[in-house]
Structures are given as structure tokens and as C-alpha cells.
Design a protein around this ligand. Sequence first.
Ligand code: GUN
Ligand code: FE
Length: 421
Amino acid sequence: MKIYQANVIYTRQSNRFEIVPRGFVAVEDGKVEGVYNELPEHLKSCPIEDLGNRLLIPAMNDMHVHAPQYRNQGIAMDLELLPWLQNYTFPEELKYADTAYAERMYRRFVRDLWRFGTMRVVAFASVHLDSTRLLMRLLDRAGMAGRVGKVNMNRNCPEGLQETVVDAKAACASLVDEFDRDDARVRPIVTPRFIPSCTPELLEACGEMARRYNLPVQSHLSENHGEIELVKQLEPESRFYGDAYDRYGLFGTTPTVMAHCVWTDGEELELLKKRGVMVAHCPTSNFNVSSGLAPVRRFLDAGIAVGLGSDVSAGHDFSIFRMMVYAIQVSKMHYCQDKSCAFLTLPEIFWIATKSAGSFFGKVGSFEQGYDFDALVIDDSELNFDNYSLPQRLERFIHIGDDRQIVARYCQGRLVPDPGL
Ligand code: GUN
Ligand code: FE
């Protein structure tokens, strides 16, 4: 048993913070045993790590990020999604055929996730098997957790990024064999890039792999007008974009997360709900490649699970804290246009980024009993120069803080040190 004493802040439900000033979090076998105002009798003899006036909060989950776009972070923002992919993204991802290049970039990628307090990811690698393996090993070695997908793609992209269906299946089998253990921190996920990148045969194979190995699925959905028009041409029998995934068993047959859903409404929104598909909301990406403002309040009202994603490099920012701010701002733009659409509150967006997103991995993202102890220690003394309340301190850190205030990180109860480069 290990006990941490600090100003504990987390969520159980969407609309309020649980705040325990100078509270105690007891952790056993990597899981939270309880959060206490006062130390109960049965814990009085346990060693206590006193974190003083610091904040102790759940760690961040990035539900959508592209590791092989690392070099393009912060550049190439002058095109919409489809030409952006062809002109900037595919040429960069081609380089990941070279594992030496991949290792150089992936080390930096893992370190940046770590810097910003992201302990779990749902990540896209590239189409290349060996580089994907490398990324999974680097994350695991760093002590971080999540799902990493070898991307599946075989059309509308350079030849060097196209795989055969046979190779796709063999690569999946090999990753399952090496990584898919119940107790593994980093596990595979089936990753058809999006409908325009995959022929019907490859989509069929992806659905089959998800079923055969009981693997979750990630992809992109209804992100950008140009893309949605292309999907209509490529899948004329599908009633809407999400229906195209659904036809191939890629829409909630196994746990599924779909990035963006900027233009999702009507039947597609109904199907997200019915199939229990999670939405990864990526507000910076939606700004940068001119996609639009995702209707997150509508998803919440419908009972659809939502998490936040950085979507680097269409998104320029790794910080899930900053993503919370952008998401609130997006919701306020919706509110300006329609006052019946209430904007997101800080407790709501914190809950989305931690407990709601974390549900994709199991009991993750809260300090309720039985949850994995994924946590960040925040030393905000530089920002806390006057009598701010605890909710205000968290609000200030989310809005104007950065990695300098994150002084310790835990994943599954273990301290996660700087992985270095
Ligand atoms: N749709 C298909 N591939 C991508 C990608 O790499 N980034 C984004 N934002 N959307 C995509
Ligand atoms: Fe993406």
C-alpha cells in the first residue's frame, strides 16, 4: 500500500469536481484503494508520500494522435484535409519504411506525450510493421500505456504506402502474437486509415481481424466536407459515412473510437449511440485543416462517449490540457450560433479528457476505488501567487500552465520517469 497526500482533484460524474484538500489517495497493486479526508485506522501504519500544497489529478489520455506525423508538427497548415494528406502527410509517412528514421522521431514523440502528462494514447503508427513494433516497444519501455495501430491503407496514396490484403492480415497476426496480452500496457488496435484509403477488400479484412482477435478499432469519421463527398462517391450504397464502416463490422462490433465527427448528425449520430462508439474530439486539428466545429454538446446529450485527441500533426499541440480549452471555445462558438446549445463547463471537459476517455482502457481516468492509479502531480506555485481557490488553481493551470508544472507522472501506480531521447 502506498499513500499520497495532496490537494486531490478528480471527477466521478460529468458536471462537478471531487475536491479533497490535503486529502489522501491510497494505492494498492497499481489501483486506487480509496480517497480520504482523514486517514482511516487501517492505513495509519502505511508510509505516506506528502506532496505538500501540490495538486494531484488523473493523468491525460490522448484518444487520437499520429506518431509518424511528428516531424510535421507546427508546419504545413495551409491546405484543407485531402490536399494536406497528399502534399505533406503521405510524403512524411513514407519515411517510416526506414526504422532508423522512425526510431529517431518516435523517441521524441514518446517524450513529448510524457512531457505534457499524457500517460495513455490511442495512436496511429504508419503502414509499416517494423516501425509500428518499434513505437509500441518505446511506449512500453517508457512505462506508458495504450493502443497503437499499424495503419491499413491500399488506395488513393503513394505506392510506397500501399499494402496488400495478405500482408495486412499477416502484420496484424504478428502484432497480436507479440503484443496482445491481457496484462500488456501497449496493445494493438485495428486501424483502417479512413474509407478513402481502403478498398472494400481491405475494409472486409479489417472487420475480420477485429472479430478474430477481439481487437478494438480506430479510424476517422465525417471530418471534412471534401472527405465526406469523396466517401459518397466511393461507397455509393452506404446511407452515410458511418454506415460504410458499419457494413464492414468496423463500427462498434468491438470497442471503437472514431476521430472528429465534425459533421455527424441524424442517423449517423443515432448509430454512434446505438453501437457505443466513442468520439475523439480534436479541436485544434479541426481548426488547422479547416474541418469545422464538432457538435460535442449534441453527442453528450445523446449519451455518446467522448474523449479528446491532439491529432498531431493536423493538430499542432500535444497538450490535452490545452485541448480542453480549445474544446470549451469550440462549444462557445456553437452556443453563439444557437443559445439552446449550452457550452461545455470546466468540470465537464475535465471529465471528458480523464474519466470518459479513460473508459476506453478499462477503469482509467478517475480516483474512484478500483481505478488504475494514472496520475499527475502539479506544482503550480509559480501560477498561484495570490489566494486562489483549488478549483481556480486547476482552471489556471489548464489555461496557462504547461509541462513545467507537471513534476511527477504515474501510470498504473508506477512512477514514470523522463524517457529521454
Ligand atoms: N484522415 C485520414 N488520414 C488522416 C490524418 O492523418 N489526419 C487527419 N486529421 N485526418 C485524416
Ligand atoms: Fe487523425
